[in-house]
Design a binder for this molecule. Structure first.
Ligand SMILES: *Cc1c(COP(=O)(O)O)cnc(C)c1O
Length: 362
């Protein structure tokens, strides 16, 4: 059978290794891992590696992905990590065992629906520690809501609190920030007169505290996606040694559809590109270029394609085409050749969402 391009290769054995390694490292600090599958659009083959690699929960921001994971026979508890929409409450109760929450109105609606479906739904309340995405800013209001759930809502079980950092506000999960989260938890525990089961100290960026061995003792749950799927951010942005993990789980392969020598500066009157922007073009004279049969519609941002071969430069892209400078490449590129790229997190989200992309498990 002819291979179809563009092609996204996913190495399931390497992925499972990464899950197991992160689970083991976190486990040595008494931390459970919620395996976040949204980075790969919840592909069930990916979700299965999180399951088999030992994640305690399968987590996603999207209910369709949780539904797929359940239908694939995964029996781990399912965690919804985006604050539920009021319009999806019925499916939240049907599909998720546990959800992250920040609105009493939603929690009350979850309680009503859980009563209808005869279920006990678990919630973790989110505290905003400064990243300014989801979560209670007013921590007294948060404690009040905890008490309300505890005393008034029969079908909702408050199992813990959590936070998210490093997403909107670029806040780092420092020891101080995580200690503050633990203090909030202990304040709530004092008001409830019991211990909380979970204190969830963030996502991949909080793995820095695990790698450093300075994560506050009471943090016992992390929700990890990127650090397992790609394991690149902590290495590239913070210089952490991620050598125990594979960074090649995902690889993009695209086919060359044209090879020609062309000027490097557009010819004619420059207006706007396909997306209404006016990029700056550097005139480097006549250069050899390859055109690929893959574009922004498939992967998003061409700056996030990292060519495997030296001497290759991604110049730009339109919806369906990617333009590559191959003047300094070692290989003599020809039409029909296949170019390989390492990719970034957002690229994987796009590629796994795109029906034009041939996803192959290796
Ligand atoms: C996406 C997400 C995660 C996982 O983030 P990574 O950086 O990929 O580990 C964890 N928690 C929440 C609330 C998320 O939205």
């Amino acid at each position: 059978m002819k291979e179809r391009y563009p092609r996204l290769e996913i190495n399931l054995a390497h992925l499972k290794h990464n899950v197991a390694k992160v689970v083991e490292k976190c486990g040595s600090y008494g931390i459970q891992v919620a395996g976040v599958i949204k980075g790969a659009t919840g592909l069930v083959e990916v979700a299965k590696q999180f399951d088999e690699g030992g994640a305690a929960f399968i987590a996603s921001s999207r209910l369709e992905q949780i539904e797929d994971a359940k239908n694939a026979g995964i029996e781990k508890p399912m965690m919804l990590i985006r604050i539920p929409m009021l319009s999806e409450v019925e499916d939240v109760i049907r599909l998720a065992d546990i959800s992250l929450n920040s609105e009493l109105e939603v929690i009350k609606a979850l309680n009503e629906e859980a009563k209808k479906q005869g279920k006990l739904h678990k919630v973790i309340l989110m505290a905003d520690m400064g990243d300014l995405r989801e979560g209670f800013w007013d921590k007294e209001e948060m404690a009040d809501v905890c008490e309300y759930i505890e005393n008034k809502l029969i079908n909702i079980q408050l199992v813990g609190i959590g936070t998210n950092v490093g997403c909107y506000g670029s806040i780092s999960p420092t020891v101080e920030t995580l200690n503050e989260l633990v203090e909030i938890a202990e304040h709530i525990e004092a008001r409830l007169g019991r211990e909380l089961e979970y204190i969830s100290g963030g996502a991949t960026s909080s793995l820095m505290r695990v790698w450093d061995g300075n994560i506050p003792k009471r943090i016992n749950l992390l929700r990890i996606g990127e650090g397992i799927l790609l394991a690149r951010d902590l290495d590239v942005f913070y210089g952490y040694d991620m050598s125990e993990l594979y960074q090649d789980v995902f690889r993009l392969k695209a086919e060359v559809i044209e090879v020609k020598d062309k000027p490097s500066h557009p010819v004619g009157t420059i207006a706007v590109d396909a997306f209404g922007h006016t990029p700056v073009y550097v005139d480097r004279g006549i250069r050899r270029r390859a055109l690929l049969g893959v574009g922004k519609v498939d992967y998003g941002d061409p700056a996030e394609l990292l060519p495997m071969e030296k001497g290759i430069e991604v110049l730009g892209a339109s919806s369906d085409h990617t333009i590559i400078d191959i003047q300094d490449a070692e290989k003599d590129w020809k039409v029909g050749d296949v170019m390989e790229f390492d990719i970034c997190y957002a690229t994987i989200v796009y590629l796994t969402n795109c029906r034009n992309v041939n996803i192959v498990f290796v």
